[in-house]
Design a protein around this ligand. Structure first.
Ligand code: C5P
Length: 313
């Protein structure tokens, strides 16, 4: 195959329990969910690594690096190193996931690049090896491979799928100014850090997911990084109250922020909340649903009606 495109989804944390700092990372007990905001990563064989970023829907991508520090190149180098290959690729990212928003857009790209390059070069890397490579690249990249809804432990990289009977609706409120994940964790420590991780909190979320009722999920959504993010960005408190006023069933910080999320009872309600938020001046909100699939191949579009007819004959 000469060109391969893989799609990967944004993630949110339905619970983000943060424990003590160890070796530069915090112990986590988290419940991830993949939601319907996507980046598409397209790869083609090339003499050298390159990255091009194409924003979708007016997204600001000026902060996305296009050099070797971009996670997609690091993913590619890790994969070629793993197989002892000397190859490179031109990588294009069609970006629909807001940047530096706590939605793991960079992690989605890395996961998509691993899957796309594996297919491009027909490497047949095992799922186990892909997950291990992903974990070396970043704490939430294994989840981006997996998708759906999953519990994450360790520093977030140890993922196991969980039963999710719901079809959940979220209003996503991106923020024009990003937040740095290490800065939010550092602020978390400065504010006093963590005690022991309470496993019961994740158990409550998992029970609500099994039941599939928003009435059970709304009261147990929880993000331990909320105080730290609000300390760095006091303006988020206003968005939180606007979301409540707009009819959110629960309001949640996404990952390390600054994206905020409103849980809605169903799609129609999510659309209504989105409309109410526009009255508060939030024009660029989106409605998303979860859970959705992890990194997966996107089949090329048929070339047009004539070709399609021939192919179908
Ligand atoms: O693993 P990842 O590269 O996404 O982590 C980025 C930064 O976020 C880390 O360098 C660390 O500062 C912080 N982090 C953390 N504890 C985690 C995950 C991330 O402190 N479990």
């Amino acid at each position: 195959m000469s060109v391969v495109t893989v799609r990967a989804a944004a993630k949110i944390n339905l619970r983000l329990g943060v424990g003590p700092l160890r070796d530069g990372f915090h112990a986590l007990d988290t419940v991830y969910q993949a939601i319907s905001l996507y980046d598409d990563v397209t790869v083609a064989d090339a003499p050298d690594w390159s990255v091009a970023v194409r924003p979708l829907g007016g997204l600001d991508c000026t902060e996305v690096p296009t050099g070797p520090e971009n996670l997609v190149v690091r993913a590619g180098r890790l994969l070629t190193g793993h197989h002892g290959l000397d190859r490179a690729a031109a990588i294009t990212i069609d970006k629909g996931i807001p940047v530096a928003g706590g939605l793991a857009g960079g992690s989605a790209d890395a996961a998509a690049a691993l899957v796309a390059l594996d297919r491009l070069w027909d490497l047949g890397t095992s799922d186990e090896d892909l997950l291990a490579l992903a974990a070396r690249l970043g704490s939430d990249i294994p989840f981006s491979l997996l998708g759906g809804t999953a519990r994450g432990t360790g520093r977030g990289e140890l993922v196991s799928p969980v039963v999710d009977a719901g079809s959940w609706w979220w209003v996503v409120v991106p923020n024009p100014q990003g937040l740095s994940t290490p800065a939010v964790y550092a602020e978390f420590d400065r504010l006093g850090g963590a005690g022991a991780l309470a496993a019961e909190a994740s158990a409550a979320v998992l029970a609500a997911l099994r039941g599939g009722r928003w009435q059970d999920l709304a009261p147990v959504l929880e993000n331990d990084l909320t105080s730290a993010a609000l300390s760095l960005r006091p303006d988020l408190a206003l968005i939180r109250s606007e979301l409540s006023a707009a009819g959110a069933r629960a309001v949640l910080l996404s990952g390390s922020g600054p994206t905020m999320l409103a849980l809605a009872a169903d799609r129609a309600e999510a659309d209504r909340i989105r409309g109410a938020l526009a009255d508060f001046g939030h024009e660029d909100t989106v409605v998303a649903t979860g859970p959705v699939a992890g990194a997966h191949l996107v089949e090329p579009e048929p070339d047009g009606p004539e070709d399609g007819a021939v192919a179908g004959a």
